[in-house]
Design a protein around this ligand. Sequence first.
Ligand SMILES: [Fe+2]
Ligand SMILES: [Fe+2]
Length: 375
Amino acid sequence: MNTPFNDWDDAPLSLAPETSRAAVAADTTAETPPARQEAAALAPVKAADKRVVNGRGDINQLAPFKYSWAWEFFLKANRNHWTPTEINMAQDVQDYHHKLTLPERHMFENVLAYLTTSDILAMRNIGLAVMEKMTAPELQIYQARQVFEESLHTWTYQHCIETLNLDQQDIYNRYRVVPAIHGKIALANRRLEKILVSDLDLTDREILHEFVLSYLFFAGIFEGCWFYNGFSPIFALQRRGLMKGTAEQFQYIMRDEVLHCAFGLRVIRELMREENLQLDPRAVAELWLEADAAEEAYARYILREAILGYSADLHMGQFRFVANRRARQMGLPEPFPGATATLPWLDEQANLRKEKNFFETRVTEYQTGGSLAWE
Ligand SMILES: [Fe+2]
Ligand SMILES: [Fe+2]
């Protein structure tokens, strides 16, 4: 039987004799305690003193804002809330077990396997490596919401895996045993390991550069390209009337990821301006090349046999097209000049609104506020 939790049963912390209240009160010769002197000396926070990193201001005081756009991101993110159990998955069970072809099932399972591992990585990156380096609370508050959203995404994949009765042992271990999935995860892990250090000295220019590269990788590539384009194979099924519940779940995730990417790129631009930092073009080019090679191996594996309306070539064409967009958002040269949109319907998926009512699975639009402007 579980023991009920009673917070009133907690024993009060006892003060050690030498620091008891009575002892402090009796010491009338003591001068003003240092903490009180410090409190009296604090000056009001000025917005202009805030910095993305390396700030010395009061991290506990939200306003005055310097980055009011970050607060707007937080409010916007809260309008896109849903939980995976609200979406009807009944037809997906039928589709998966009776309608999908073997190549379609291969693709579906491996996309799910990749995504579920990726979202945990994304959560650890923003929550453990990035957030603590920020020195303005309005930035941290959006990132705290982002941490929650990444965990919600993990719940969503788990809900799909459970609903479809997939072998969890098999799905969750694929990133370890399938080299094409492992390649993407390993690349992201390498980036994360470099900055997953709490005393990273961001006043050191080289270390700061490494931190920004890593943030750029996660916001611009991992979320902005790999996630943004990562749901496309499932959307291709949805466009044929298959796996519509899963696809709807992924559309909600995609909305979050678009915001994560836009927020991250904005933070990086502000940081670079404040710190007067330029990125090494060779290091950025290497980021894109590594990401492209890993994505290509992944696409060739999940789509080793083309499925109706989708192929590895279409996937890679769209990846390069979106990569150019992310580079432009950062004011960087396009890594894949001339790439064209091979999946012109993808942006529409990200901007789907209630009135289009593609899915017939839900009768309400879950967005709780006004319309969202994505990019
Ligand atoms: Fe996510
Ligand atoms: Fe994300």
